[in-house]
Design a protein around this ligand. Structure first.
Ligand code: AMP
Ligand code: MG
Length: 487
């Protein structure tokens, strides 16, 4: 690594020091005609990269996998995972980790090319990705970042000039994804199933060093790791639920140890509030429905506990008991985080025993009246209750007077409550019909719609006129939205 690489790369490779069964060295497969269609300048700059240089042809070659950046030592990671409940051996079948960029702020960020060609973990797949789903991941991950929800991010999308064959023939693309790391629950499952205690321990030590260094000096570091991951997941899923986000494929390989949202496939945001909403066309049982996400997150953390079990205690029985303690705490932790967030959404300071009922009664009214989730909180924030479908009903009037009384009891003034609500209720989310509209324009090589959407999503709490124009829910006819998994 040259210290003065003009592109700004400072790549390191701590993951490659792990036991070799956990990865395979690979190189990205070059593509025919790389064209940089999206480039995230602010993110590039935060990573210490030279945005001016990388925004041009040099960037296209790098982000397509045609040329390796200075200091890259590419590899594909091995992992396993429970997919819809069934255990499968997986791994990066179409993703290549170039290395870990040391950013100017001292953080270590994975730089990964998704769609970079076949790897030893590709199974039957072509190793490639289609442009539409990669642009979709770009939009949604950047929207999550704007919302303040921990997430992997998107540095670039490069069109490959090659077709990919799915249900139809589609233009191909490579997404450059950045992440705190790509360690997954499924990485631990892989080490436990195909390695042994030593591999799991090496991985756990690595995860502690990288994400929970304060745990290294604990008396029981691996129990600490399990607890810390559980806490971050409880907090993350609470943020998803509060924002109306549905991940869509919460397989254990899609749950990051860092606590970031990862692997945007058939994800989407709720329009109408219906807890049983499922978007993914392949999720026939509704396993990953909106309302099921907290339960599934706990289930996934239990799979991590299983993988870590040999490290938790020398006596298995005691290890199981310790793990169960952590798992039993998951649901109350999630509930507490959710309620904290709901109080903020309703402009409530402090805590009263009735707050939970107040929040849940509002949700019940929303479900009954098929109210829009984000729109309801936005209307309450803007004091436009009269625009809500439940407005004028006796039940809603009763709820409103309880809400008013609760706010009158708190010491904060109205202005402080209003500000809290604005900070907690987005004016705009990436609604499915708006995302589709942006992708359709991009298909015609018109990226203006997508850029307008991204600009509005960068600070979703700004309440600008541009955001108002993008905030409306879809017409009822386009509500039965489905995302397909042919990504
Ligand atoms: P995902 O649904 O993106 O989380 O992917 C699940 C697993 O399938 C991962 O191991 C991916 O690497 C792999 N995979 C998905 N699409 C492809 C593809 N086109 N070629 C090879 N592997 C793939
Ligand atoms: Mg995945």
């Amino acid at each position: 690594m040259k210290p003065s690489d003009p592109q700004g790369w400072k790549l390191q490779h701590s993951y490659a020091e792990l036991p070799e069964g956990l990865f395979t060295r690979v190189t990205p497969s070059p593509v025919r005609a790389p064209k940089l269609v999206m480039f995230n300048r602010p993110l590039a700059e935060a990573l210490g990269l030279n945005a001016d240089v990388l925004a041009g042809e040099e960037g296209a070659a790098i982000f397509a996998g045609n040329q390796l950046p200075e200091g890259a030592e590419p590899l594909a990671q091995a992992y396993a995972g429970h997919q819809f409940g069934y255990f499968t051996k997986l791994g990066d079948g179409r993703a290549v980790l170039l290395g870990e960029q040391l950013a100017p702020d001292g953080t270590r960020i994975d730089i990964q090319l998704k769609g970079a060609g076949r790897t030893p973990y590709s199974r039957g797949g072509d190793g490639r990705a289609a442009l539409g789903p990669m642009l979709r991941e770009y939009i949604i991950s950047e929207a999550m970042h704007g919302l303040g929800i921990p997430t992997t991010r998107s540095l670039a999308v490069t069109a490959t000039g090659e077709p990919v064959i799915r249900e139809t023939t589609l233009p191909g693309a490579v997404l450059t994804r950045t992440a705190a790391s790509h360690l997954r629950v499924g990485t631990f499952q892989y080490a436990a199933a195909y390695g042994g205690k030593d591999e799991v321990q090496a991985l756990a030590d690595y995860a502690l060093r990288r994400h929970y260094p304060e745990g290294l000096t604990q008396e029981a570091p691996y129990l600490y790791l399990l607890k810390a991951v559980a806490e971050r997941q409880a907090a993350l899923i609470a943020r998803w639920m509060l924002a109306g986000f549905i991940h869509g494929v919460m397989n254990t390989d899609n749950m990051a140890i860092s606590g970031e949202t990862i692997d945007y496939g058939p994800c989407a945001f709720l329009d109408t509030y219906r807890p049983d909403t499922v978007f993914s066309s392949i999720d026939r049982q509704g396993r990953y429905a909106y309302g099921n996400q907290p339960y599934i997150a706990g289930w996934n953390v239990a799979r991590l506990a299983e993988a870590l079990l040999p490290l938790l205690h020398e006596h298995e029985e005691e290890g199981v008991r310790l793990a169960e303690e952590v798992l039993h705490a998951f649901s109350p932790q999630y509930e507490a985080r959710w309620l904290e967030g709901m109080r903020a959404k309703l402009g409530l300071f402090g805590a009263e025993a009735e707050d939970e009922a107040l929040a849940k009664d509002l949700l019940a009214l929303m479900a009954e009246q098929q109210a829009d989730y984000t729109g309801t909180f936005r209307a309450l924030t803007l004091r436009q209750q009269e625009r809500l479908p439940m407005s004028g009903t006796e039940a809603f009037a009763a709820w409103e007077s309880r809400w008013r009384a609760r706010r009158e009891r708190q010491h904060a003034d109205d202005e402080a409550a209003a500000q809290l609500m604005r900070r907690s209720n987005p004016a705009v989310i990436p609604r499915n019909h708006r995302v589709e509209e942006a992708l359709e324009a991009a298909e015609r090589e018109d990226y203006s719609v997508l850029h307008r959407l991204l600009a509005a999503l960068a600070d979703p709490y700004a309440y600008t006129p541009e955001q108002e124009a993008l905030a409306e829910p879809p017409a009822p006819s386009s509500c039965a939205y489905r995302t397909y998994c042919g990504t």
